[in-house]
Design a binder for this molecule. Structure first.
Ligand SMILES: Cc1ncc(COP(=O)(O)O)c(C=O)c1O
Length: 427
C-alpha cells in the first residue's frame, strides 16, 4: 500500500543511495527562501519527510480509513496496517511486534509509563536520571518521585568532555535504584552514551532501564536486544516520519505495567498501553519512514541485486553508510568552525561517539541574532536550549543557549559550505 521504492539502485560502489538520489525524495528541499535554496539544519528538532511517507499516509486516509476491530474491509485493512507497522517498527528496533506501542510522542508515552512502573515504589527507593538528558526523560521521573516520595539522583555531566561523568554514574546507581533513565544520544551536544554499559550497571543493581533514543534513532541503528534495555522510546518525526512516538518495552513488562486504561479496552500488550483511538495515519507513516530508510540500502554487488535482503539487514547497511557520511559532514563543519576565532564550539570532538549534531555560539551575537541572520540566507538552524536545559545551564549559556546545526541523510557538503561562509561573515 506504500508507493514503489523511489530511489533507484544504479551504482555498485556505495552501500547506500547517493545524497542526490535521497534528496530527490524530499519535496521540502525544493523550497527557496529569500532567493536561496533552503538548507535544513534543523533535523535534530524534526526532519523533513520523503514523498513516500506522505503518500502512504494519504493512501491510508483515502482508501483504508476506519476504526479498528470491526468486520468490514476498511476496518480489517486498518487492523492489518497497524499490525504491519508494529512488525516494521519491531525490525527497526530489533524487537518483537508485541513489544511496540504507539503514542502521541516520546514525552506523552513516558509520563503514564513512569506512573505505572512506580506504583509500588516509595520512600527509600531511588530513580537515576542524568544532566545530559532532554527533560522529557527527566520530568516524568521527577513527577513520579514527587508523588511517591522516591528520591531522584542526577548523574553529573563532564562539561569539558560533554559526556556523562562515568564515575558519578557508577556511584549514583546502587541497591536502592529502581530505574535508570538515560539518553542514548544528547540532542544538545550530539554525545552518544554507552547505553549498554549503563544498562549493565542498572541490571547488576536489580534496577530497570529506560532509554530515550529520540536523538539516537535517526543516526544509529537501535538494537534493543544488544542494549538489553527494558524500555526505549523514540519519535518518528526525527527519522523522516510523521509526528508520532514509539515505545519498546520487554514483553513481560508491557504485559503487567499498571498503566491507566479503560476497562473495556484490550488488556493485552501492546494495546493496553495505547489509550483511545490511535493516530492510524501516523502509524502507517512511521512504518513508511522505516521502509524509506531500508530502501536506501543497495545490494552489495550487482549479482546480488536480486538477492533477498531482510529489512533489518537493509537497515543495517543504510545506517552503516549514513553513519560514515555523517562523520565526514560533522568533521567538515567542526574543523571549519573551530578555525574561526569568533566561534565557540561545544560537545565532543569528531571521531568520538557522537551524532552529526553540532552546537556553537558566535562572539558578540545572541543566538537569536545568529539564527535570524542565517535564516535570511536560507540556512535554517535552531537555537535555545532544546529542552536540554540542564546541559545548557552547565555550559554556562543561560537563557541565550546555543545555535544548533544538524546533518541528516539529505545534508550536502555544499550546504555546509554555505553555512560555514555565512558564520564566517558574522565576525
Ligand atoms: C533527545 C530527545 N528526547 C526527547 C525528546 C522529546 O520527544 P517528543 O517530542 O517525541 O516528546 C526530544 C525532542 O526533541 C529529544 O530530542
Amino acid at each position: 500500500m506504500t508507493s514503489a521504492p523511489a530511489v533507484e539502485r544504479k551504482g555498485k560502489s556505495e552501500a547506500v543511495a547517493s545524497v542526490e538520489e535521497i534528496r530527490a525524495e524530499f519535496p521540502a528541499l525544493e523550497r527557496v527562501h529569500a532567493g536561496a535554496p533552503v538548507a535544513y539544519f534543523d533535523g535534530p528538532g524534526g526532519t523533513q519527510v520523503p514523498r513516500r511517507v506522505a503518500d502512504a499516509m494519504v493512501d491510508y486516509l483515502f482508501h483504508h480509513n476506519a476504526n479498528t476491530h470491526w468486520l468490514y474491509p476498511t476496518s480489517e485493512e486498518t487492523d492489518a496496517l497497524i499490525l504491519r507497522a508494529r512488525e516494521t517498527l519491531a525490525d527497526f528496533l530489533n524487537a518483537a511486534p508485541e513489544e511496540i506501542a504507539f503514542g502521541q510522542n516520546m514525552t506523552t508515552l513516558t509520563f503514564p509509563l513512569a506512573r505505572g512502573l512506580g506504583r509500588d515504589w516509595g520512600p527509600g527507593d531511588e530513580i537515576v536520571v542524568t544532566e545530559l538528558d532532554h527533560h522529557a526523560n527527566v520530568a516524568p521521573w521527577r513527577a513520579l518521585a514527587r508523588e511517591r516520595g522516591v528520591v531522584v539522583r542526577t548523574v553529573r555531566m563532564d562539561v569539558q568532555q560533554g559526556r556523562l561523568d562515568w564515575r558519578d554514574l557508577e556511584q549514583q546507581i546502587g541497591p536502592r535504584t529502581r530505574l535508570v533513565a538515560v539518553g542514548a544520544a544528547s540532542n544538545a551536544l550530539g554525545t552518544i552514551t554507552d547505553v549498554r554499559g549503563v544498562v549493565e550497571l542498572a541490571r547488576a543493581a536489580g534496577a530497570l532501564s529506560f532509554v530515550d533514543a529520540v536523538h539516537f534513532a535517526p543516526h544509529e541503528l537501535v538494537d534493543v536486544r544488544d542494549l538489553d534495555c527494558d524500555f526505549l522510546a523514540c519519535s518518528a518525526y526525527k527519522f523522516y516520519g510523521p509526528h508520532i512516538g514509539i515505545l519498546f518495552g520487554r514483553r513481560e513488562l508491557l504485559d503487567r505495567v499498571d498503566v491507566p486504561r479503560l476497562d473495556p479496552a484490550p488488556d493485552t500488550a501492546p494495546e493496553r498501553l495505547e489509550t483511545g483511538t490511535q493516530n492510524h495515519e501516523g502509524i502507517v507513516g512511521a512504518a513508511a519512514a522505516v521502509e524509506f530508510l531500508a530502501s536506501l540500502a543497495r545490494a552489495e554487488s550487482s549479482s546480488a541485486m536480486a538477492e533477498r535482503v531482510s529489512r533489518r539487514d537493509a537497515l543495517r547497511r543504510t545506517f552503516d553508510a549514513l553513519h560514515r557520511r555523517g562523520e565526514s559532514l560533522l568533521a567538515q563543519l567542526w574543523n571549519a568552525l573551530a578555525s574561526m576565532d569568533h566561534v565557540t564550539l561545544y560537545g565532543p570532538r569528531p571521531g568520538t561517539p557522537r551524532t552529526p549534531t553540532l552546537v556553537f555560539t558566535v562572539r558578540g551575537r545572541s543566538t537569536n541574532d545568529v539564527a535570524i541572520d542565517l535564516a535570511r540566507r536560507g540556512l535554517f538552524v535552531s537555537n535555545g536550549d532544546f529542552y536540554a536545559a540542564t546541559v545548557i545551564e552547565r555550559l554556562g549559556r543561560g537563557v541565550d543557549g546555543v545555535v544548533r546545526a544538524g546533518a541528516v541523510c539529505y545534508t550536502t557538503t555544499e550546504e555546509l559550505e554555505r553555512l560555514i561562509d555565512a558564520v564566517k561573515r558574522l565576525n
